[in-house]
Write a protein that binds this ligand. Structure first.
Ligand SMILES: [Zn+2]
Length: 299
């Protein structure tokens, strides 16, 4: 495996747990000033030193967003957290998601988990880029990619996207991804549907962080006195640690998303948890520190 390929599988340790990043994609995609309209030249001067190249492409003016899963191995279980976009999906209007062809499952196997070995798939929320590998198309049908896994979904997201999906004016939800990657899991009886905060086992607890979607959750891990937090899209970019009121677009409730961001920032700063976001660029995981006027990322 070459250096670039190894970088796609960066591994972290939390107590007795190992956490490996499984990259699907990582490149500049959205204009920074469209995403964060309050971003000014003064902000650029202040943050220039760390933004490029892993979080911003100055030549193109685009923010860099990674799409990856986290493979968590703890207590003898192999747990996949968020499952990216998936291959071979027709998504017109989303050029970087259309007909992806990424050797994601090979990367996952190199990291230590063949599909049949995954025990649990946990989705922080049910947006397109967090459920994609839940299923694969076989003989024209969407079937579970991880045949022996239970899939953990939070009910408020199922209800929310099912309603959009059923509405001919608004549906299909998530560019069709809800029908392709969530509904089949429910129909195959593979889903464990939770309703809010929930403990999975001795190591993992689910807590709520609604706003980006109504059922967005984050996962707290504890092993041997060390902590981690898998926060999904509570923040997409490290600028939002400095400016917690800056939302990424596409929230079910923008005000609630800001409240949840502060809740999770507080938890991460107070607990010293190693933070694993869903889209932050290299080095992909880090800590949050409380500062006199807010929070600072230490990634
Ligand atoms: Zn996302």
């Amino acid at each position: 495996m070459g250096v670039i390929e190894r970088e796609k599988l960066r591994t972290f340790t939390v107590g007795q747990a190992t956490v490996t990043r499984i990259e699907e994609t990582n490149f500049p995609c959205y204009p920074l000033r469209d995403i964060f309209p309050d971003f000014s030249d003064a902000h650029m001067a202040e943050h220039k030193s760390w933004l490029a190249p892993h979080h911003y492409d100055p030549g193109k003016g685009l923010i860099v967003l990674s799409v990856h899963s986290w493979l968590l191995q703890v207590g003898g279980k192999k747990i996949l957290i968020d499952s990216c976009c998936g291959n071979n999906k027709i998504k017109p209007g989303r050029p970087w998601w259309n007909m992806l062809n990424v050797n994601y499952l090979e990367r996952l196997a190199v990291a230590g988990a063949r599909p049949e070995e995954i025990d649990l798939v946990m989705c922080t929320h049910l947006h397109h880029d967090h459920v994609g590998w839940n299923t694969q198309q076989k003989d024209g049908k969407w079937v579970p990619t991880f045949p022996n896994a239970r899939y953990v979904f939070n009910k408020p997201d199922i209800d929310y996207f099912a309603k959009i999906d059923a509405d001919p004016k608004e549906g299909p939800a998530e560019l069709g991804t809800f029908r392709e990657c969530v509904v089949p899991i429910l129909e195959y009886g593979k889903a464990d549907v939770i309703a809010g905060a929930h403990r999975i086992n001795d190591f993992i607890e689910i807590d709520t962080a609604p706003g980006h979607s109504p059922g967005h959750v984050f996962f707290k891990l504890e092993s041997k006195g060390e902590r981690a937090a898998f926060i999904g899209d509570v923040w997409h970019h490290l600028l939002q640690v400095y400016y917690p009121d800056w939302n990424f677009p596409k929230n079910s409730d923008a005000a609630q998303a800001r409240v949840s961001r502060r809740k999770v920032l507080d938890y991460c700063a107070a607990s010293g948890a190693l933070v694993f976001p869903g889209h932050v660029g290299a080095p992909f995981a880090g800590r949050v520190e409380k500062a006199a006027d807010g929070y600072r990322p230490n990634f």
